[in-house]
Design a protein around this ligand. Structure first.
Ligand code: SF4
Length: 355
């Protein structure tokens, strides 16, 4: 039996090409696109403005698959976490972090992660494989199904308003699929999440930063976590490959000519490692020397068994934030969400038994 092709694996251009190749007019591709991404249907036979014969032909050869929900947990603060499984049995987690009238969905791009950041629970699980385009897009569609946000809202009142590509994996190590998936998610005829509401976070794969942002138009976040190479190399092995200076130059290049492109620097507060006043001052001079428009996101550390790090005490975090803010950088302290269900930053794992 021939395996059916996954319709959500195609970019818009690829779908137009595919439909042309099976002898259909290109406007059919646009209709199919809207059924999948505007209406959210998963049954090809529901595409009621296509002829029955075309629907049958499509259903024989194509499919629209969602990742399978293995478990779902909702935290006391309403943070929602899913464990999702793909066709080959591999699993990732996805998290929805609701605010009052909107919220961000944190999606994964790889099964496991090869970057090995020392503070990250996800990074302690070895890299297995990249996610496909349909597996990346499918995650967000599962969240849309859960909150019944189909058809795509045409005004700005959306509960699932933002996407952060910050789940499991390093997105820039799966660049082609991530670019395609984000271009599908932000396409105005379908899911239509605004590009400025999508943030892609990298551990600092410097040579791919500009390319990734140019090809997607989304916002950039960098997991910085240290003000200098000595500290950063202790906690992020990637720093031995791409030093802070290279990352900063890439950020500078990304911002060139468009200072509305604020960069978010993620900064995990680790006791006695990166959290004193001198570290804050080093950060300030680092960013000023590269003339970067940036905000900091100070993240209280969520310890996990065997991690070997201690969270900074709250007063130290407050002082750190104030030093940065006095120098003109916004530096809010992130409120940890979903702690009771291990849904916070860096806590995502893909196997139920490892939670
Ligand atoms: S912080 Fe991100 S890049 Fe680093 S190990 Fe964790 S998932 Fe990978």
């Amino acid at each position: 039996m021939i395996e059916k092709k996954e319709l959500t694996e195609f970019t818009k251009e690829e779908l137009f090409e595919e439909i042309k190749n099976i002898g259909e007019k290109s406007f059919r591709a646009k209709q199919i696109w809207q059924w999948i991404y505007f209406r959210g249907i998963t049954d090809i036979m529901e595409m009621s403005n296509l002829s029955l014969s075309l629907r049958q032909k499509l259903a024989e050869n194509y499919t629209i698959t969602r990742p399978k929900i293995i478990t779902e947990q909702i935290s006391i603060d309403k943070t929602h976490k899913w464990l999702l499984e793909f066709k080959d049995g591999e699993r990732v987690e996805m998290v929805y972090i609701p605010e009052k009238d909107r919220g961000a969905v944190c999606i994964s791009t790889q099964v496991g992660c090869a970057m090995g950041c020392k503070f990250c629970h996800t990074g302690s699980q070895k890299f297995t494989r990249n996610l496909t385009v349909s597996e990346i897009v499918g995650q967000f569609m599962v969240a849309r199904d859960a909150y019944k946000e189909w058809p795509s809202p045409i005004n700005e009142t959306r509960y699932l308003s933002n996407i952060v590509v910050m789940g499991m994996g390093e997105p820039l190590n799966n660049l082609d699929n991530v670019v395609k998936a984000l271009n599908i998610i932000t396409d105005g005829d379908g899911i239509a999440i605004s590009r400025r509401r999508v943030t892609m976070s990298t551990s600092g794969i410097a040579p791919r930063i500009v390319e990734a942002l140019q090809k997607t138009g989304v916002r950039l976040a960098v997991s910085l976590h240290a003000p200098n190479n000595t500290v950063r190399s202790q906690i992020m092995p990637i720093n031995d490959k791409f030093k802070i200076e290279e990352v900063m130059k890439a950020c500078q290049e990304y911002q060139k000519g468009d200072h509305s492109r604020y960069i978010t620097f993620e900064y995990l507060m680790l006791k006695d490692l990166n959290d004193n006043k001198q570290h804050a001052k080093e950060l300030i001079s680092l960013l000023k020397s590269y003339k970067l428009k940036a905000t900091f996101n100070l993240i209280p550390f969520n310890p996990w068994p065997g991690c070997g790090f201690t969270p900074s005490n709250p007063k130290t975090v407050e002082e750190f934030s104030k030093t940065l803010e006095d120098a003109g950088f916004a530096a809010p302290v992130r409120v940890a969400r979903g702690q009771d269900i291990l849904a916070a930053c860096g806590q995502l794992k893909s196997k139920n038994k490892e939670k």
